[in-house]
Design a protein around this ligand. Structure first.
Ligand SMILES: [Zn+2]
Length: 670
């Protein structure tokens, strides 16, 4: 039913019939909870090391107060300790084998190609190419059952806001949900920015841009005529364009016309949210919003357009439950960013936005989310309230180079200016927690503050496929000419992504994603050669042992702290999607970005000069815990993220399904 609401909406437009199509939350009977209430505040990637340092320095007084009032512990993450995996285990109470999410990236054994593991979008179906018969929607990619769904089935009223990987939203009636990380932009991607300028060179335009698109524009008589590329037309396989025009008034102001609306932009400031509509057919439109930032008008015109958000007042695909909940939030707080990857790390990585501008945008988006948070918290129509923020993670990814003097991207001038970016993000979190404690936590309310994993410096990138080739496990064209023991000459390495020139008939193992090694298994992979049984087990032991011996030639340090064998650490219904080996990098190391997409560059280990300078996505779990605070005692040694589901269900006296592996970290018998 939920899937068809958008379709019905467009049909009602066609027929000219006013139908009440979306379920309005305010129509529901006003609910006043009578018993105990539970608030869970999640802060992605808060690292216990940095947090304790700043807490000891007296910079996080509210977290210190929460610790003294209740309790604090490190929180064991997942293997690997990264958001898609950890938040899925948070929701379902299972190891990755129980929900099937092992990384941002998954692979198709039939063709060895990578794919996004956590987003599967379906376009609308069109009758005669015109009339929508089903609406665009996200498909569920995670297995298992979230604890808020189980709680809902027992009548618990939950409000779930921006929890990572809750897209598509699920029916948690009588509760409400706004999807978080994983919600696509209006292009159907994780997050794609647009940068427009008159001075883009042909070389810049020919280079691939991670998470963005560069557009060269011309100024003719003070006018710029261009367009925004939006979603792919469901029938024509091309992106639908929305006209975007600028009139340069002077060197400080620009008039922008988007979808026939006109707004004045001031150079060097952020625009308001600009709404627009994408005409897919005369009977189907998609609504979007974006912000612009004009850097300059003369002598060069330069402009940034944020990733295009689906309009929360008229969502193109369901991103809240009930479907009308996002509109209700819009009516209370105005437009807000709905793209799950809320902070545009790509534009900073591509150096199209400065550090200062990026931090300003980060604060704006966090403020938007806090307005939504308070507007829902204040309703007090919930028993269980969960909200997650991701600025703590993104600031660490982007500014770690200024915290780590040994990072190749460290520079003292930048550090003097932006070295406190992460600390100030943690201090903001601390003030926020303090306000929640003071205004909303009474004797009936349990408050938990947590993070899903910790953080490390990402100084050097390890090319896993290169290592596999150098050790005889991966074979590409040309290697047949090598003499036994001969090193692979640099010029022999193939260029590009997606396993260029790999000879699968001679390849035993390959790497994809942020830290996974898959075997080329007979009967599973299209051209598999590794036989299950003895050969498989032997290869598993051999590669794991050899990797643990790898030292960085630069400093002699081990690159890995742990290598996990899938059969030892994963179990459950979704085990078939697991890699054979999961890497557990030591501090300072991560998989190179080339390896993520199946590249095989000549250098084994290279300096990471990217602004994306901190990471955790394939670090050893044991070295990457998150944090756990509560305003009551934590009655379990080594609590883990898989303990959340049984803890929350136990709180409401709802039984925990046997598939959930953890146990409550609160003792409810006390
Ligand atoms: Zn992260």
């Amino acid at each position: 039913m939920l899937k068809n609401i958008g379709v019905l909406r467009s049909l009602s437009f066609i027929l000219g019939i006013a139908l009440l199509l979306s379920v309005s939350c305010s129509d529901r009977r006003d609910y006043v909870p009578s018993g105990s209430k539970l608030i869970i505040l999640g802060f992605d990637g808060v690292d216990p090391g940095w947090m304790n340092k700043w807490m000891e320095e007296g910079k996080l007084p509210n977290l210190q107060r929460l610790k003294e009032l209740g309790d604090y512990s490190e929180l064991q993450s997942t293997i690997p300790p990264q958001s898609p995996v950890a938040w899925s285990s948070f929701a379902t109470g299972t190891n990755p084998g129980g929900h099937g999410i092992y990384d941002f990236v998954k692979r198709h054994p039939e063709n060895y190609m990578p794919d996004v593991a956590v987003m599967d979008l379906q376009p609308p179906e069109l009758m005669l190419g015109l009339f929508p018969t089903s609406s665009a929607h996200g498909e569920v990619t995670r297995g298992g059952t979230a604890f808020w769904k189980i709680a809902a089935d027992s009548g618990i009223h939950s409000t779930v806001l921006f929890v990572p990987y809750t897209f598509p939203p699920e029916d948690i009636s009588p509760g409400k949900m706004m999807s978080g990380l994983g919600t696509p932009d209006l292009r159907g991607t994780n997050s794609t920015f647009t940068y427009m300028a008159t001075d883009l060179t042909s070389e810049e335009l020919s280079q691939p841009v991670g998470g963005g698109k560069l557009v060269k524009v011309n100024v003719i008589n003070g006018e710029v005529a261009t367009y925004l590329e939006t979603l792919v037309h469901p029938k024509k396989n091309e992106r639908i364009r929305v006209p975007l025009n600028f009139s340069i008034r002077d060197d400080r102001t620009v008039e922008v016309r988007l979808d026939e609306r006109s707004t004045i932009l001031k150079v060097g400031t952020w625009s308001e949210w600009l709404p627009f509509r994408v005409k897919i057919t005369p009977f189907l439109k998609a609504a979007g919003i974006c912000r612009c930032y004009v850097f300059s008008t003369t002598p060069e015109f330069r402009l940034y357009v944020t990733p295009l958000s689906m309009d929360p007042s008229d969502p193109y695909m369901p991103m809240s439950f009930p479907d009308g909940f996002s509109r209700e939030l819009f009516e209370k707080v105005g437009y807000f960013k709905t793209v799950g990857w809320a902070y545009d790390t790509s534009v900073l990585n591509e150096e199209r936005l400065s550090e200062a501008q990026w931090l300003e945008a980060m604060k704006m988006i966090t403020a938007e989310r806090e307005r939504i948070f308070y507007s829902e918290l204040e309703r007090r129509d919930w028993d269980l309230f969960i909200c997650a923020f991701t600025d703590t993670d993104r600031a660490a990814h982007m500014f770690y180079r200024y915290l780590d003097i040994g990072h190749p991207g460290y520079d003292p001038i930048g550090a003097a200016q932006f070295g406190d970016a992460l600390e100030s993000t943690y201090r903001h979190m601390d003030r926020f927690v303090g306000e929640v404690m003071d205004k909303y936590v009474d004797e009936e309310t349990t408050l938990i503050v947590m993070s899903d994993h910790g953080f490390h410096s990402f100084r050097r990138g390890f090319n896993t496929n290169t290592w596999l080739a150098q050790n005889g496990y991966l074979f590409f064209e040309g290697m047949e000419k090598l003499l036994p023991g001969q090193e692979i000459p640099e010029e022999m390495y193939p260029q590009g992504d997606f396993f260029p020139k790999v000879v699968w008939e001679k390849t035993k193992a390959y790497a994809l994603g942020t830290g996974q090694i898959y075997f080329n298994l007979k009967g599973r992979e299209a051209k598999g050669i590794v036989k299950p049984g003895e050969e498989y087990d032997h290869l598993l032991d051999e590669i794991a042992m050899k990797l643990m011996e790898v030292r960085d030639p630069l400093n002699g340090k081990p690159v890995f702290s742990a290598i996990y064998k899938s059969k030892d650490v994963y179990r459950g219904d979704y085990i078939s999607a697991a890699p054979e080996l999961q890497l557990g990098f030591a501090e300072g190391y991560r998989t190179s970005k080339e390896t993520m997409l199946g590249g095989i560059p000549p250098a084994l280990i290279t300096n990471n000069l990217s602004k994306w300078s901190g990471d955790h996505s394939a670090s050893a779990m044991e070295e990457t815990p998150g944090v756990l605070f509560a305003n009551r005692p934590i009655d379990k040694d080594n609590p883990a993220i898989i303990d959340f589901a049984p803890t929350a269900l136990g709180f409401f006296d709802v039984g925990t399904p046997p598939v959930m592996e953890g146990s409550s970290f609160f003792d409810y018998t006390k």
